[in-house]
Design a protein around this ligand. Sequence first.
Ligand code: ADP
Ligand code: MG
Length: 549
Amino acid sequence: MAENNMGGQQVLLLPEGASRLLGRDAQRTNIAVAVAVANAVKTTLGPKGMDKMLVSDLGDIVITNDGATILEEMNVEHPVAKILVDVAKTQDREVGDGTTSVIITAGGLLKGAEDLLEQGIHPTIIIKGYKMAAGKAAEILSKYSKSVEISDEQTLQKIAMVSMGSKNIGDDSTKAQISKLVIKAVKQVMEKTQDGKYRIDHDFIKVEKKAGGSIADTALINGVLIDKEVAHPGMPKSLTNAKIALLDVALEIEKTETDAKIEITSPDQIQSYLQQEERMLKEMVEKVKKSGANFVVTQKGIDDMAQHYLAKAGIMAVRRVKKSDIEKLSKATGAKIITSLDDLNSEDLGHAGIVEERKIAGEQMVFVEKCKDPKSVTIFVRGGTQQVIDEAERSLNDVIGAVSATIENDGRYVIGGGSIEIDIADELRNYSGQVGGREQLAIQKFADALEGIPKTLAESAGIDAIDTLVQLRSKHKAKDGKIYGVDVYRNAIGDMTKAGVFEPEKMKVQSIYSASEAAEMILRIDDIISSRGRSPGGQGGAPGMPPME
Ligand code: ADP
Ligand code: MG
């Protein structure tokens, strides 16, 4: 079938067995897939959203509410579904939170586009309208956003709590405790840039987890936790005022040195060879000792003999530590990473109030804590089961993202619970009138898609979605009514400022742009060529996709 007719001559364009969908068929299929993906994650939105349990081929279980994780674990195969997975991942990387919303919005945009395509409106017009609407939405967002001072812990905490709200990881007091901890961590590692803004490198808030204890035992460590044990039983297990040497060099005799052929003709020679090796190791330890270090961390190995000498010198050591952990230790303790022992001297050492090996859930871990003004910290997550701590870790990623996104963006935040989406939708509808032409229809669809957020929140709370939208729209038109959103706990519309439902402006902007770009990308496709011997559309939709609702 894959053939073109050129001047009466048949031209074979595609290999045998390839299949092809063109024009409206291609669009229809792609949109159906996108809507199916959106439907699959929709029920998890908001604090009343449900969790999903995903079971892998190997029987591993993931229980989560996190949009990006669900899509990733679903192993979707259809290329359009993959685009949406990428969008969720980008949102996750850029802001850490808002992944479900971005997928719901993208699904809504494509559903709206389907109506317009059906009316014969060309995709390029829809794309143009969507682009205009996204830009306008960002403008509207900045108009409606307010600013929180960095010192205003109360408001920051509300933003953190909303981000954690939908995750099933303990009661409100635990969530409040974790929010505080995250805010502290973010403030600890943030750095002021030249333009007076703050920057937060998420890599320097390490999340370490161990099943056991309860989620309420989750703690902030002003330093780094190393998931390793002290190298030798004779070494100290606890130090105060540790002086820390970070090595990217082994305390071993290099293989190449011993590989050199040595001819041994008498037992004396073996003896002298071993003595020489021992002397070299002893010298290495001497260099460490001379620097004044009492705690050594190396990315490489430590020979048994070197361990023995270190222990004898009262030096604690940990070996084969991940490069990323060494970097974090450097940020936290101020130690310089040394690549040659000859360079090691006292100025290169870092400092920590306490270094201690502790047994956690049957395994030894080394705590490097009480660092002075560390630029790298660790949140140590505890919880009853692996599933609980895994979800807690995902949630921490969201909260760290939400708090950082707020602080990095001059503290700007908006009212959540579907409230801001009602305002953007309203202003977009006004704007569409000014734009006119066919683009205005696309801008109106964009407004509808954004209202998918309050609509879905209402559905999750079990209240009538259409009634809710009507009520919210009318409240928002009234004086002082812009604070209304879906109060999911009272199953009615309510004052979101009272409920403290605040969200970072940056997260909303990113989610609107990403959703719009994904929709545009999918709308541009009018030809799906599949050379994998599968039908790109056809019965049952895409392979690997959940059934359509
Ligand atoms: P996402 O992955 O998009 O962040 P969530 O499941 O975290 O999805 O849900 C976020 C949505 O839930 C946002 O629209 C937010 O405003 C809303 N939300 C969060 N907490 C509340 C609350 N207490 N009341 C009403 N809406 C809330
Ligand atoms: Mg969220």
